[in-house]
Write a protein that binds this ligand. Sequence first.
Ligand SMILES: Cc1cc2nc3c(=O)[nH]c(=O)nc-3n(C[C@H](O)[C@H](O)[C@H](O)COP(=O)(O)OP(=O)(O)OC[C@H]3O[C@@H](n4cnc5c(N)ncnc54)[C@H](O)[C@@H]3O)c2cc1C
Length: 667
Amino acid sequence: MAGLSAAWRLSAPGWRERFDSITVYQRGWRLGGKAASSRGVNGRIEEHGLHIWLGSYENAFGLLRECYAELDRPRTDPAAPVQTWDQALIPADNLGLAERWGTDWLVWLGTFTRNDELPGDPGGTGREMTAVGFLQRALGLVIDFAESIRDPLPEGLILSGSPDPPAGADIAGVVRRGVLAALLALTEAPPAGTAAPELLGTVLDAIRGALDYEKRPEHKRSWLLMSLVTATARGILADQLITDPRGFRAINDEDFGAWLLRHGGHRDVLEFPLIRGLYDLVFGYEDADPRRPAFGAGLAVFLTGLVLFEYKGAVFWKMTAGMGDIVIAPIYQVLRQRGVTFEFFHRLDGLHLDARHQAIDAITMGRQVRLADGIDHYEPLTTVRGLPVFPARPLGDQVSASDRARIHDWHSLETHWGREADAGNRVLRRGVDFDHVVLAVSLGMVDIVAKELVADRPDWRDMTTHVRTVATQGLQIWLRRDEPSLGWRGKPAVTTSAYLPPFETWASMAQTLWAEEWPDDDPARTVAYFCGSLDAPWPIDEDPASYVRRCEERVRADAVKFMNRGIGLWFPKAVSEAGFAWDLLCGQHVSVNIDPSDRYVQSVPGSDRYRLRPDESGYDNLVLAGDWTDCGMNAGCIEAAVRSGLQAANVLLGRGRHYGIRGYYLP
Ligand SMILES: Cc1cc2nc3c(=O)[nH]c(=O)nc-3n(C[C@H](O)[C@H](O)[C@H](O)COP(=O)(O)OP(=O)(O)OC[C@H]3O[C@@H](n4cnc5c(N)ncnc54)[C@H](O)[C@@H]3O)c2cc1C
């Protein structure tokens, strides 16, 4: 996504006055990287991983809206079933959190209120997310929350443990007074001999005493939310984030949970589903170990604010088909229209420095396959139900007959461990084949393709050492019955989190079924996407083939175990004592994301300071693009990738880094 975003801005109308050509080199046959998806059996959408957009992704929405406007499908492709950006992504307000209650699990359902705004409005500038703004909104949230438990039809945020909130549970007054008291504890000078956290603790303990904390989930949630917000507020004030020029960054060396405890948060807050859901959102566990949560505190506070308080329209937006179909293919189509060249089946092997170590002098590449005679440009899209999409394998007739016969494992063209021999090599030379380079592989691949640079510069070494990645796994299942008859009691189109590893997150994706081609006599009525992190260390000290095999076997075994033992929380009628009712299943797709470039880029404490900005490569003709750069939103997400790509382009265009970037976040 970052590379495409850079190409997007570089190729804005008039680009030929600046550049002779813009070329995107891509290994394999699909674009999109972690955001890629393609179509398999029955036209089913096969994703790299579950993707939801936040209503605060101003730059990503802005780009996509420009893209659909320029693509102008009503004129150029009136038969395509997705014509406009708002048919491509639709609001998704329903949230669910899994909550451990004794030895059981509860499902905590919530709905976020919509607002009248739309993300990515043309000309929008985004907003600034400040510590003060965060404080104001967070305290308001606690009061709204308590009100919502009392009032079955509130105006604001609704979060309740069951779809039928308990009547007459008047804890709103307790919480309102509690917030005021806690605020006083934060702002007033404590009585002589009392430290502020102690005073805060006393106030919160008193409130807890007035609630039925041990027996009533909604009381416990209310109190934990209060403990969370007051600890955050206290931390913001005590660590002077309001005046610190580094803003939220000032606390990024500390883990969020540890920071909350240091500022008086109760221990139980660490198990609070909202907190666990936040860690799940960013795969924030060292080596995928749920016992080792790792998420920089500043970024955690900042992201919480962005998710909860800065959304436009809806808190989440879901794609109405695959991310490859809805986002990546349209961007590709417009870039082609603009004259950008795509070289598929080109695997970057190395960037090579000039003698003075000031610039990239040569680029070496493996040419994975040759194109068929008479084809000088591989066209990667096909259509399913009239929608341009990427297929699950290359479109064979465009590949030379000899390579078609030679290659058995097409998937291996997309991985570092591909066992298929190359059809040839390519060396690009500075001044002949290129002038400027945008490096847009993901962080896990940097050590491999930029070996010379990592050896040359300590800041590159620091970055690749301290910024961490984690493998992930995705499971998609298609079922023959609809969600209510599988036992789901919540609203449709929910997104849930905070459940058991390895599939902590579940999103209901029934809104994509129209785009697939299930047989009329055996249609899929439910499609569920699950994902989570995967304990697969990198770099490895074992034979790559056995590493890949071991990880694949493990993910399959985990998926079966999850279906038999875990999925019952969401779909109780799909399981019995004997496990999952397998006859319900009409399709499944598993994604084992262990390739170095596919590893998710984390935001572990102490790593933020080592990220390089898109303009900080240290080499004259190289800029960096990816969610791993320091782009002002240093978390692994689509918005970060887009921001980074746009910034990389700004540098090449001689503009300021923030030119045309919406939202001014981490300074
Ligand atoms: C399971 C999962 C779920 C996620 N869910 C969400 C979500 O819900 N919402 C959200 O906002 N974000 C989500 N993300 C994060 C999001 O996918 C990433 O932040 C984003 O896609 C990163 O984009 P990128 O361009 O920086 O990197 P990548 O997508 O990794 O792109 C790197 C590109 O480099 C190419 N490449 C790598 N090596 C080579 C080579 N040697 N030669 C040629 N090409 C090469 C790759 O093929 C790819 O095209 C999720 C990530 C994962 C793993």
